[in-house]
Design a protein around this ligand. Structure first.
Ligand code: NAD
Length: 495
């Protein structure tokens, strides 16, 4: 079968290679976490499809890299137009595919997908470094497209995360082979349709569907790939990194996190509670989620009471309903993984303040993979539940005494993607933010993201930064050309 109808939208389930739909002999099942039903049979790509896609991208690079930047930017804006025109289709399909909230897709995520294309199209046209002089020689810096770019992405915000890389890679003049996540592969296929309608030449953007080990691994190891942007877990990054190292292919890694939410005694308590409850968004399947809540002793009891009362009001249910606050986990495999973390934490002596189990009632009624929002207290810093990324609706609550103790606890992690601090003191905000080890620090706010800001993580949260010019620095071979003042022909004939 070459198409599936998902939420009333026809989606091609084959690869998109060299401007054509290509089927594989085998397929894999795409299951909706809302009801456990198979919603599509997806072409199952491997080495052969990757080879064909990389060859198509390599061939298309010659023309695309030489296309005038303004023309490339115009096509990217037309892709953004196409995303906006099909916003409802994309939102409905993504919701059924990965279980995230429909209202978030409509109002935040899909508009941001369009914005990814518009922002990097516009930013491309402003890329500039002033020429500078070395003993009369003029230095000129340029951003040259690197070549075929592999983009491997996860399922928690599939189209948004993919386009945050696809857009700058294409804007820079690269060609792309994308490997979407097998648990939510559908919107990448719709994007291929949109890009083709927008006039993106064949081979410039390719999609190879498939499992990580079968399609992702050969793509990471391909000798004709010039850049790998990988977003996903640390264990997979280690494999991608090994494959990339053999070819000395530059990588950008956006990985996991175990971010802290530091609440100081001088904080606005209601704000702190609101931001803490926000960490259940997308069922906690957010790399940036501040899942370690650290509260200063003086307000620990008051915070705990208000936080638990508010967290208990979060409505879990069908992600298509406006009133739903949190939906299911993405798959049965992930559901079992999250439950494993929770059960081991209980066995290790952590105290369940909220949840601590699957939402049996909802799962029985729907066939979906719902897990109750969960909060643990009485945890110690060496416990698995405090140290390891769960990627589910599971938070830990700890307390600290002095500011220095709070900072030390916040930084006591292998990760360093983000940190959030809540305080009423501007001086403390400056002091503490400068001491936190994280790629992004939010002060009295959460998830405020600007596409021109650098984004990435410290430690095991990743390698490199993307966003604004940082994206072009990664997706390009930055070149310095040095022009001597000597040796210029002076006669008309020489010109
Ligand atoms: P994952 O590592 O299992 O998979 C990510 C992608 O890699 C998928 O497309 C998968 O098919 C592919 N893959 C799997 N094995 C591969 C291999 N051997 N070679 C090449 N590719 C392979 O991660 P996931 O479970 O899909 O996503 C969750 C993880 O992603 C979490 O750790 C989360 O924190 C992280 N994440 C990070 C960010 C960020 O920006 N830092 C954003 C979202 C998610």
């Amino acid at each position: 079968m070459s198409t599936a109808v998902v939420a009333g939208v026809e989606v091609d389930t084959r690869h998109w290679i060299g401007g054509e739909r290509v089927a594989s002999a085998g397929s894999f099942e795409d299951v909706s976490p809302l009801n456990g039903e198979v919603i599509a049979e997806i072409s199952r790509g491997g080495q052969a499809e990757v080879d064909t896609a990389v060859a198509a991208a390599k061939a298309a690079f010659v023309g695309w890299s030489r296309t005038a930047p303004a023309e490339r930017a115009a096509i990217l804006h037309r892709i953004a137009d196409g995303v906006e025109a099909r916003l409802e289709d994309l939102a409905q399909v993504e919701t059924l595919d990965n279980g995230s909230l429909l209202r978030s897709h409509r109002r935040g995520v899909m508009p941001r997908v369009a914005m990814n294309f518009r922002f990097f199209a516009d930013h491309l046209l402003t890329l500039h470094h002033d020429d500078f002089d070395t003993r009369g020689h003029r230095n000129h810096v340029s951003w040259d497209p690197a070549g075929v770019t592999a983009i491997i992405t996860p399922w928690n915000a599939p189209l948004m995360l993919a386009t945050w890389r696809i857009a700058p890679a294409l804007a820079a003049g690269n060609t792309v082979v994308a490997k979407p996540p097998e648990w939510a592969p559908l919107t990448a296929s719709l994007l291929a349709d949109i890009a083709a309608e927008a006039g993106l030449p064949p081979g410039v953007f390719n999609v190879v569907q498939g499992l990580g080990v079968e399609a992702g691994a050969p793509l990471s190891a391909h000798t004709d790939v010039r850049r790998i942007s990988f977003t996903g877990s640390v264990p997979t990054a280690q494999k991608v990194g090994e494959a990339a190292a053999k070819n000395v292919t530059p990588v950008s890694f956006e990985l996991g996190g175990k971010s802290p939410l530091l609440v100081f005694a001088d904080a606005d308590l209601d704000l702190a509670v609101d931001l803490a409850v926000e960490q259940f968004d997308n069922s906690g399947q957010v790399c940036l989620a501040a899942v370690r809540i650290l509260v200063q002793d003086e307000i620990a009891d008051a915070f705990r009471e208000k936080f638990l009362a508010k967290a208990a009001t979060v409505v879990q249910g069908d992600s298509r309903e406006e009133s739903t606050g949190i939906g299911p986990l993405v798959s049965k495999t992930h559901f079992d993984r999250v439950d494993g973390f929770v059960q081991r934490a209980k066995a290790a002596g952590a105290n369940v303040l909220l949840g601590g189990e699957p939402n049996h009632e909802l799962n029985a009624a729907t066939g979906g993979f719902f897990y109750k929002p969960t909060v643990f207290a009485d945890v110690d810093p060496t416990m698995e539940i405090v140290c390891h990324e769960v990627f589910g609706p599971v938070l830990t609550l700890q307390t600290f005494g002095t500011e220095q103790e709070g900072v030390a606890m916040a930084n006591d992690t292998d990760y360093g993607l983000a940190a959030t601090l809540i305080t009423g003191s501007p001086e403390r905000a400056e002091r503490v933010s400068s001491q936190l080890s994280a790629g992004t620090v939010w002060i009295n706010c959460f998830f405020v993201r600007d596409l021109s800001a650098p984004f990435g993580g410290n430690g095991r949260s990743g390698i490199g930064r993307e966003g604004g010019t940082w994206s072009f620095d990664f997706y390009c071979d930055v070149k310095n050309s040095v022009f001597s003042p000597n040796g210029w022909a002076t006669t008309k004939e020489a010109n």
